[in-house]
Design a protein around this ligand. Structure first.
Ligand code: CTP
Ligand code: CA
Ligand code: CA
Length: 631
């Protein structure tokens, strides 16, 4: 199959700005690479594997479906919405048929559908340990709780993990979606199904570098919706299905079988319906997951990429919306991905900085980002509350701190049910004070090693931070407050020395200011390179005099002179490790409020943040990053 013709017509250029004419490689040139036995046998081609297959699976109308499950309505088509105060935050598919949309006012929704079931999300009030469902909670005294949805989300993730082959990599991407790298299991199935691929034929002219024999024709029946290769003038299904397959198509079809099976399992066991996208990388998998919703999976063959992307309004693409999208749209007076293909890499980098290469690549359906399994637990937990009316009095903060502390206690203890030794490194309090010129302020402190984490313990630590944060005599107007744990890790209990050390260690009152000091930061844009102290502690038990940070790879050693007992050395090393991690925590922390502003109550966990937001320092003269900074 040939790759799509690349069009570089100059008439595309209707913009104010003209692209400099340079010779660049044709767009979409890599859609049908030659795949050899060497490719097939290689174990570590990673993101450049020509047979790479990624899926993104997203739950349909998630919060609404959680309520359907809770209310035992999964077999009905009752229109249902989830409310937060007066606004709808989730709308199930039966309700969408009435024209009801997210963020609509509930009165309006009920006019459109008198039979509508409107469920208010659970809420906490001060003094309550558990959230409860109430009909008309008051936003001045209550805080929303998404705990039920988080728990359901964990169950779904467990089914992905159990239901897919063990060598699939699974990364939770948000409360209701996960990426799956199916490259390895698919390759294994491919070799089992087509055993003639397992050996280079004796007469193969180039040995390992011989291209694979022609692939079988894929039958796409029951595997999902195929995104058409040629959507115009009219999609012609039989023509599409008869298109000669590539080995990558075969890989996609195997991935589609695996996804179909696991999605059915989720539905049968938990009652949720999901939609999936299956393609050669994360970006495309995510994009095509919403091609046809709900309860569907869409498959984007490489050959269908150009016609799928070109007519797309680029501002609809995540990361290309917002300020950066506006800047591109205004500068060039264009609106589709196809329009932007006329901008050369050179030009893009001159205007938006070196790292804008990812934009150049995304527009061509290229994305080398990895699917990385994160810790089963979130590294951070954040409970937040938007305050209306604002707090203008210092002592009012304590009440909200208790509400937020109750939520955090519940969440940490929930998480400890699966990982009993979970322990946060740091507690952080953040307030948005519109009177202070800094606007957003935060304080953090090391979290003491206490086995029982309850509302009182958290609230008393947070109260101290509140006192450091807010001057009791100053005039304030706090419109948002959030309380969180960062650096949550499972501490291995086998290390006696460490345990003793933590108990004895004074909880140094070293509250760091939430500065944006990233000067000494290692080049670690996603901050998730490994399971922090878990890995460190494992290191530690092997070599009692040094450790390697799994996040930045740096090795730190105790001085040779140390004539201590093993336990003392372990303790000293643990201290070094904590100090080293503090610096990562400070970095993480500076990212939490920046990239995941607690706009929505209930807060999203640290792992829900969009990943592409690169750091400022990497861009010359503000580069592309300036478009992603907080406004
Ligand atoms: N959500 C939210 N605020 C947003 C976006 C999403 O509270 N700005 C919540 C929604 O209530 C939703 C869940 O996060 O149920 C997942 O969001 P999303 O996948 O975007 O929407 P769904 O409601 O799941 O609907 P769809 O079927 O279109 O995925
Ligand atoms: Ca969803
Ligand atoms: Ca989603």
């Amino acid at each position: 199959m040939s790759t799509a013709p690349h069009s570089r017509s100059k008439s595309l250029w209707k913009g104010k700005e003209t692209a400099t004419e340079t010779i660049t490689p044709p767009d979409f040139e890599d859609l049908n690479p030659t795949i050899t036995f060497r490719h097939l046998f290689a174990q570590n081609l990673g993101v450049r594997d020509p047979l790479r297959v990624i899926a993104l699976c997203d739950s349909d109308a998630f919060y609404a479906m959680c309520e359907m499950v809770r209310l035992n309505l999964t077999n009905s088509d009752k229109p249902l919405v989830v409310l937060q105060w007066q606004s709808l935050i989730a709308v199930n598919y039966p309700a969408r048929k009435f024209g009801i949309t997210r963020m609509m006012n509930v009165q309006k929704a009920k006019e459109l559908c008198p039979d509508l079931l409107a469920v208010h999300v659970a809420t906490y009030a001060e003094g309550e340990k558990e959230p409860a469902y109430r009909e008309n909670p008051d936003s001045r005294t209550h805080k929303v709780s998404l705990d039920f949805y988080r728990r359901e989300s964990v169950k779904i993730l467990q089914i992905y993990k159990q239901g897919l082959p063990e060598n699939a990599e699974i990364e939770k991407a948000s409360i209701d979606e996960a990426f799956m790298d199916l490259t390895r299991p698919v390759r294994q199935i491919l070799l089992e199904r087509y055993p003639y691929l397992a050996h280079v034929p004796d007469d193969a002219p180039l040995g390992l570098d011989t291209p694979l024999p022609p692939p079988p024709q894929v039958s796409w029946n029951h595997l999902g919706t195929l995104i058409p290769i040629d959507p115009s003038p009219e999609p012609n299904d039989s023509k599409e299905i008869d298109m000669p397959s590539t080995w990558h198509d075969v890989a996609l079809s195997i991935a589609a079988e695996l996804m179909e099976k696991v999605r059915q399992e989720i539905n049968a066991k938990l009652g949720y319906t999901t939609s999936a996208g299956i393609a050669r990388n994360k970006f495309l998998a995510k994009l095509c997951a919403s091609y046809r919703k709900p309860m569907n999976q869409s498959i984007l063959r490489n050959s269908a990429i150009p016609n799928y992307l070109k007519p797309m309004a680029f501002q609809k693409i995540r990361f290309l919306g917002g300020k950066f999208g506006d800047a591109l749209a205004t500068k060039y007076d264009v609106s589709t991905v196809g329009d932007l293909l006329a901008i050369t890499l050179d030009e893009m980098q001159t205007k938006f900085g070196e790292e804008s290469i990812w934009v150049y690549e995304i527009l061509r359906g290229i994305d080398h980002s990895e699917v990385k399994e994160k810790d089963s637990q979130n590294k951070s937990m954040l409970a937040s509350k938007n305050l209306s009316p604002a707090i203008t009095n210092f002592s009012e903060g304590y009440q909200w701190i208790r509400v937020l502390a109750a939520e955090l206690a519940l969440r940490l203890n929930d998480a400890r049910e699966t990982t009993p030794n979970l322990w946060p490194k740091t507690i952080v309090l953040n307030a948005r004070d519109v009177k202070s010129h800094e606007t957003r302020r935060s304080k953090q402190a090391p979290w003491p090693f206490v086995r029982e984490v309850n509302v009182d313990v958290i609230a008393s630590a947070a109260d101290k931070l509140w006192k450091e944060l807010i001057d009791p005599h100053a005039s304030i107007k706090v419109i948002g407050i959030s309380l969180g744990f960062t650096g949550i890790e499972g501490v291995e209990s086998g290390l006696k020395g460490i345990d003793t050390f933590f108990k004895a260690a004074p909880t140094s009152k070293r509250a760091l200011d939430d500065t944006e000091d990233q000067a000494a930061t290692p080049d670690d844009t996603d901050g998730a390179k490994g399971s922090g102290s878990n890995a460190l502690l494992r290191n530690l038990s092997k070599d009692p005099s040094s450790f390697v940070c799994s996040r930045c790879g740096k090795r730190s050693s105790l001085p040779q002179s140390a004539t201590r007992t093993e336990a003392e050395r372990a303790a000293a090393l643990a201290l070094m490790q904590m100090e080293h991690e503090d610096f990562h925590v400070a970095l993480d922390l500076s990212k939490v409020p920046e990239s995941a502003p607690p706009v929505r109550e209930g807060g999203r966990s640290g792992t829900d943040q969009p990943k592409k937001k690169k750091r400022r320092k990497e861009s010359p003269k503000g580069g592309i990053a300036r478009f992603f900074n907080k406004s």
